[in-house]
Design a binder for this molecule. Structure first.
Ligand code: ADP
Ligand code: MG
Length: 241
């Protein structure tokens, strides 16, 4: 039996006495995409930030590739968690060209780097822009470079928080499909946060539907879509066709 790449067990977090993440448990298998889906403010980003290691939960445990990275007494720093990050506000470094941005994600000898950077950029279709600067790229192109940068250290788990929400509608479906292909190819376990049912339907192998800090339903996209747990869940999905 394959073991999950990412396991979140009984995660809880309060801010100022208000519980925003309430006993959240989920797991993601290698090569799978799990979408944490729910309305704005329901606790998705806080959950992701706890996995990333930038938020300390009040209770719960997190394992990455079988390694305990967080519990009551353990807090492994983000850079030692074997995770890749792609956040909406986690932009490229404006003063570095594309090659240097991607190289930032690599550890190792300088001499090997150019080849690795080229290979990563090829995978996201951005090799021809290797010498450009972020301001010379469109939003979609910047996201592709950000994906290459995030994949550079070969993370076991990829965390994505609304990575496409800054892009215009016309581009978004293409970028979603291309990103999915690159991620599947890389074999990472992906935890993708989104408030858009359509995005979750398109990208997820499994959806974890979240509301007011809790996961209220988990399952394959079409099962959740066809058999919503309650009226609220049905309404949440009702604006996609
Ligand atoms: P989502 O990503 O689902 O929109 P968040 O996890 O960002 O939700 O936030 C959940 C709730 O926690 C929100 O009400 C938000 O205002 C609150 N919150 C998030 N971070 C903090 C913080 N650092 N301090 C206080 N409240 C916070
Ligand atoms: Mg959020």
């Amino acid at each position: 039996m394959t073991t999950p790449r990412l396991t979140i067990s009984h995660l809880s977090k309060s801010f100022d006495g208000r519980q925003v993440v309430n006993d959240v448990s989920l797991s993601v298998m290698p090569g799978q995409v799990t979408c944490l889906l729910g309305p704005s403010g329901c606790g998705k980003s806080t959950t992701l930030r706890a996995v990333a290691g930038v938020e300390r939960p009040d209770s719960g445990e997190i394992h990455v590739d079988g390694v305990m990275v967080c519990d009551q007494t353990t807090m492994i720093p983000p850079e030692d968690r074997s995770i890749g990050l792609m956040f909406q506000d986690f932009a490229l470094f404006p003063h570095l060209d594309v090659a240097a941005n991607v190289a930032f994600g690599l550890k190792g000898r300088k001499a090997d780097m150019r080849g690795q950077v080229e290979n990563l950029l090829k995978r996201v279709g951005m090799l021809r822009h290797i010498d450009r600067y972020p301001h010379e790229l469109s939003g979609g192109e910047q996201q592709r470079v950000a994906l290459a940068r995030a994949l550079a250290p070969k993370p076991k788990v990829m965390l994505m928080d609304e990575p496409f929400s800054g892009l215009d509608d016309r581009l978004r479906d293409d970028i979603r499909d291309e990103t999915l292909e690159v991620l599947k190819d890389a074999g990472a376990a992906v935890l993708l946060v989104t408030h858009e049912p359509a995005e979750a339907m398109r990208m997820a192998d499994e959806i974890a539907l979240m509301r007011a800090g809790r996961i209220v339903q988990r399952g394959a996209p079409y099962n959740i879509y066809n058999t919503p747990v309650d009226l609220k869940a049905a309404q949440f999905f009702s604006d996609i066709n």
